[in-house]
Structures are given as structure tokens and as C-alpha cells.
Design a protein around this ligand. Sequence first.
Ligand code: HEM
Length: 281
Amino acid sequence: MSGSKPYDPATEGAEMSFRERMSYGDYLSLDRILDAQNPLSTAHDEMLFIIQHQTSELWIKLAVHEMRAAMKAIREGRVQNAFKMLTRVARIFEQLNSAWDVLRTMTPSEYTEFRDSLGQSSGFQSYQYRAIEFLAGNRNAAMLKPHAHRPDVMAKLEAILAEPSLYDEALLLLQRSGIPIGAADAERTDWAAPRAESQDVIEAWKTIYQAPEKYWALYELAEKLVDFEDYFRRWRFNHVTTVERIIGLKRGTGGTSGVSYLRKMLEVELFPELWKVRTEL
Ligand code: HEM
């Protein structure tokens, strides 16, 4: 209404004084988070680039948290709880997939303005991304190398490699549920080593997919894992498409061949037998 006094939320009880109590910003450590964007150039688009990476890392942090809890739930026989968390992980990646649309508004000309400021830094060195891959089951120890200078990060990643992956936990649950997964997986102890694909595991999933009513919880688990990998693949695909759109076939700041390296990564399968079994149904 023109001419009336501006509305004051204090009149309906909104707390307006935070001298001695915790405020929204205190609780969320907002000063630290909002002070952590430090562009190294004067290019306008560097802020977008930094915030896109930082927000992705925050969502990836939540995905790691949920995956760890889901793995614990499967191990402890609380598979229904794991479903909730795995659904959340898939939703996180769905959300990260939409986020690429914001970054795609940056053109090659705009990126070139600040690319040199990045030096050799690259998402290739994202230890949280490696944690996701290692937790899920893609155990490639070569990916530890960029973290050799950070003993704290190395210790965290090595601890993940020393334990069964999400996929290992799922397979062990199948075995405990009376569906044999073959000796190679049932008796595995070297969790850090990449596991070999197995016909026994294809057969195990086949048993479940052929009798969903009988094995409903395991059937649902299988579909939650496929959902997760589906969204994760889309993230990789969106990344490589965005990268090609912005840098073409140039090498990455991290030193790889860039787009052709990322295309190779599209072929990595986290839960291979869950994809193979589909051909046999
Ligand atoms: C202008 C935008 C971007 C460009 C041009 C770009 C480029 C690249 C390139 C070329 C690589 C291969 C490694 C290298 O040689 O550097 C890479 C890897 C990677 N990037 Fe990006 N990227 C961009 C945005 C992002 C964003 C927003 C994230 C989110 C966290 C991200 C996460 C990653 C990860 C995790 C890898 C490692 C992938 C793997 O090893 O499989 N990138 N990026």
C-alpha cells in the first residue's frame, strides 16, 4: 500500500536481537563459507566457476555421508534404512546434474580470461569425488597419487579402500540371504584391490530379478544401486559435454588429455553385473 508504514516482522514476534544468542549465520558458519570465494583474476566469470565447484563439493560431502551410513545399514541388516539414504544420494546427483545448466552459460571466451589463474588445479584432484568412487566400488589406487602431499587426505582415502565398498556390502548381503555369489567375492579379503567381474554374481542378480516377489528387498536394493549409477553416469556425461563446450579438445589444467580422458571415464562401471544381468533377463 503506498503511503503506509513498511511492515515490521517484530510486531508479530520475529526475534530481532542476536547480541547474546545464536543467529542463522552463526549456526551455519556463514561468514566462513561466504568468505571462501577468492578469485585470482579480475574476470567476472571466475566467481561462477568457484561457486559451482564449491557447491558441488558441499553436495558431494553430503553424498559421502549418506553412502557411509547406507553401507553401515546394509552391514547391520537394516536394508530399508539404506534405501532412504541411497535415494537421497541419487537425488543429490540429479540436483548436481541440473547445476551444469548454470555453468554452461559461461563461454570459451569467458573461461579463457581466467583459465591461466588455475595453474595445475583441476577437479581431477577432488578427494571427495575419489571418495565417492572408492566407496561405490571403483577401486583404482592410481588415483591416490595426486594426494600424496596431503597425509590427512591419503589416510581418509586409504581407510575407505581398506573396507568393503557399497557394492561389496550388497554382494555380501546376497550371500547372507542364501544367494551364492561365488568364492571370489564371498571369500574376498583384499578390499583395496579392484574386484573382477563374475558370472556367479550375474547369476545371483538373475535369481533376484526373476523372482522379485520372493526377494523384494534385494530387488529394491539392486534398483537403488542402478539408480545411483544412472545419475552418476549422467553427471559424468554432463561434465564431459560442458568441458567440450568450454575448452574443446584442449588438455585439462590437471594435465590429462581432457575430453578424451573424460570420455574414457564414461566407460567405468561401478556395478558391472547389475548392467550385464539385464541382457540375460
Ligand atoms: C569450466 C568448467 C570445467 C572444465 C573446463 C573442467 C575440465 C576438466 C578436465 C579437462 C578434467 C580432466 C582432468 C584434467 O586434466 O584437468 C576434469 C576432471 C574433473 N572435473 Fe572438471 N571441469 C569443469 C568443471 C567442473 C566442476 C564444476 C566440477 C565439480 C566438482 C568438476 C569436477 C571434476 C572432477 C571430479 C574431475 C575428475 C574426473 C575423473 O577423474 O573421472 N569439474 N575437469
